[in-house]
Design a protein around this ligand. Structure first.
Ligand SMILES: [Zn+2]
Length: 342
């Protein structure tokens, strides 16, 4: 990007109410068959227009074609039985009934490549595409086959790499892997989590990103955040190795969080997507609040490497709130851009 402080979102955006029930995770589709396919594409066009109107520089599909950022990808793979469910603890935080890995996992056909081609046709702006990361994928499954978190992560990394190479060929500029699990399983992240991520980006020439957050604004996450104390130092455990990794961009949660900004110093040299929009609150930030967060981050990241962004996805928010937050992000970035060029 030649533009200073290019804005982007972490990933998901609200779906139109004719496609799925708003303000809900895992919201079931309201359409089926051909109508659903068409509806998803129309929603993708709407979410793109919303981002463009707000002045977002790096646009995305807003995850309009998926029900959930992890499960939709896994649904397209062989080796996972969605009927056979077991209760596991997700990210050491809450119990959920999850599908079972019953055999070797594989990808028989592309998952999001047609959607990415469709988005590419609609705009000449840079586009970013989000995929789940290997560690977050294994954390959402019961594994009755490999019986090893690490082995399953390596298998998923290979599958993600196949998908990522095809997304790149479809014209995606930045491929992002969502790894909220990186904020929980520090030893595993350092032992093999970052290594599996690097396997997932092997051979890519486009830019790559990892998104590490404290989750959507759902109750299980906000309850967990209350246990983390006044200073959230989770990033400190993984940043030194991420700094040495081949990942180009790191997407972080900064707005209204208790993450000490100086931790960003640990990834000096990387491009940093600074979360300047709180997705766990319906209060729309003022442009000045966004600018303030960006100014604080600028002490630890060079201006040409700062990408103003949201803390996480905005799927569970109302469209009005999400649009307000996109506008605030753009306006806040513009304030700081002017200051930098003055
Ligand atoms: Zn997130």
């Amino acid at each position: 990007m030649t533009k200073l402080l290019p804005t982007a979102t972490a990933g998901s955006l609200p779906k139109p109410s004719w496609l799925a029930q708003p303000e809900k995770l895992w919201s079931p589709w309201k359409l089926e068959g051909e109508e659903l396919l068409e509806g998803k594409r129309d929603a993708l066009r709407v979410t793109l227009a919303d981002q463009q109107q707000a002045g977002i520089d790096i646009v995305s599909d807003g995850e309009q074609t998926r029900q959930h950022f992890v499960t939709t990808f896994i649904e397209h793979l062989d080796g996972v039985d969605f009927e056979k469910r077991e209760t596991v603890r997700i990210r050491d935080r809450y119990d959920a009934s999850v599908p079972t890995v019953v055999g070797a996992v594989s990808r028989q056909k592309p998952v999001f490549v047609e959607d990415a081609k469709f988005l590419r046709q609609q705009t000449t702006q840079p586009i970013k595409w989000a995929l789940p990361g290997p560690m977050t994928m294994i954390d959402t499954l019961y594994d009755a086959h490999y019986k090893s978190r690490e082995k399953l992560a390596w298998e998923f990394a290979k599958i993600l790499n196949e998908e990522a190479l095809e997304l790149e060929a479809a014209g995606v500029d930045i491929i992002q892997f969502d790894e909220p699990a990186f904020n929980v399983f520090f030893d595993e992240v350092n032992d093999w989590g970052i290594a599996t991520l690097e396997r997932a980006i092997r051979g890519l020439n486009c830019e790559t990103a990892v998104h590490i957050c404290y989750g959507y604004g759902i109750k299980a996450n906000t309850d967990w955040k209350k246990t983390l104390g006044n200073e959230w130092r989770q990033y400190e455990r993984t940043f030194p190795n991420l700094q040495k990794s081949n990942i180009d961009l790191i997407s972080l949660e900064c707005q209204n969080s208790h993450v000490p900004m100086d931790l960003i110093e640990l990834i000096r040299g990387k491009k940093v997507m600074v979360g300047a929009i709180d997705v766990a609150s319906n209060t729309v930030e003022t442009p000045e609040q966004v600018a303030d967060t960006l100014r604080k981050a600028l002490k630890f990241v060079d201006a040409d490497k700062l990408y103003p962004c949201t803390n996480c996805g905005m799927a569970p928010l109302s469209r009005a709130v999400a649009t307000g937050k996109l506008n605030a992000l753009s306006a806040g970035a513009e304030i700081v851009r002017k200051e930098l060029s003055a």
